[in-house]
Design a protein around this ligand. Sequence first.
Ligand code: SAH
Length: 469
Amino acid sequence: MILTITTTHQPATDLGYLLHKNPARAQSFDLSFGRAHVFYPEATVERCTAALLLDIDTVGLVRNRRGPSGEGFSLEQYVNDRPYAASSFMSVAIARVFAQALSGKSRDRQEMAETAIPLQAKLAALPCRGGERLLRKLFEPLGYAVAASGHLLDEKFPEWGESRYFTVTLEASLRLSELLAHLYVLIPVLDDEKHYWVGSDEVDKLLRHGGEWLASHPERELIVNRYLKYQRRLTSEAIARLMDEDQPDPDSVESQQAHEEEEVEEKISLNEHRLRAVTEALSRCGARRIIDLGCGEGRLIKRLMADSRLEEIWGMDVSYRALEAASERLRLDRLPQKQRDRIRLIHGSLTYRDRRLEGFDAALCVEVIEHLDAARLSAFERVLFEFARPRAVILTTPNIEYNIRFEGLPAGRFRHRDHRFEWTRREFQMWAADVSHRFGYAVEFAPVGEEDSEAGPPTQMAVFKVDKG
Ligand code: SAH
């Protein structure tokens, strides 16, 4: 397993100062799983290459119980790809051997450490579960030119097909610390080997090295899930901390309370009224690409799928568990490919700017804003109306005046324990008018559900459209 890093930034041998490793001298380091060697195959003023070679002690790994677990056949403990393939060991080695460089520090060339320089990283035998497509999806958004050549399982038997190993070259102009952090996080993500135990300090490591760039990476969920080996408690902690959300675990809040609101509102089947009102308003917008923000378990998406005018239907939610339930409800893995291609579920939070939300004809936001902390509302307004800027927004929220008509609901209580506020008609209309004024939208209001002569409708809806005038 070998990683080489090359620069043509002159004098190229300054790479040695960035890595804190002298180009004139080969060095070796003991690690818990073997030895790492650093040397420079080329070191001229024009071009300098540093190599990190791992020599993994497979037998030692088994003795120390750090190798593949006892699953599978026993010889597998000794005969496996670990000595040859770049894997999580490479990340550990990067963090140990290039610790200073990874943290962006250089004793003698700090300015250079903070400068984007042309860098090329090459990894031989990088295992990629998900193939070249995934490799590109991970590195290209970070600005890399990616070249990959696959390896056959066995050159003598080409009919056996491709293996999952690639020789990969990544090129970009960036800081060395960024390159190292990308490799540190993404090599194990590509490998996706499930054999090692993930402790909660892995969340810290992921956030330390991924903090800045991971939050806006389009494959953020996949990266976090694979890196943390799909352990839900850790992944939601990581996503929440990435987003700096100081909120309770969205999954547990959602699952405990999902049905409370439904029970309160049941008598008038308000949910049905709402779905119909939103669907009708949407169909008047003539939208083709739409996104359901805070889509929950996907009820609205399910209904919208029947509308063939909608070419793309996305759903976004902060709760990973809700998205899993949505995926089940929509039977995503069993849909014909053409249908499947219309739908996409993404994990994210409405209080953080997210480029994936840009370019939609319409965004739906049904019974979501009351779940946001009032202090985060202004962030939400900018995320949706300033940055995502769909041509139309259809938004609903409870009308608190109507709560006195719900028999099961004690006076003064909100309809759902997770609601942070509920608004009167006047409060909602003032808010919506202010938002549309500030961001250049026109807004209209409509009641949803059976209206009470005094308390008004149980749900209130606003339809915002980009104001051309
Ligand atoms: N729109 C759905 C679900 C409403 S419940 C429906 O009408 O049935 C509110 C949803 O908002 C929940 O699924 C919750 O997880 C989601 N949510 C709460 N805060 C969010 C945030 N900051 N970003 C995105 N979704 C959020």
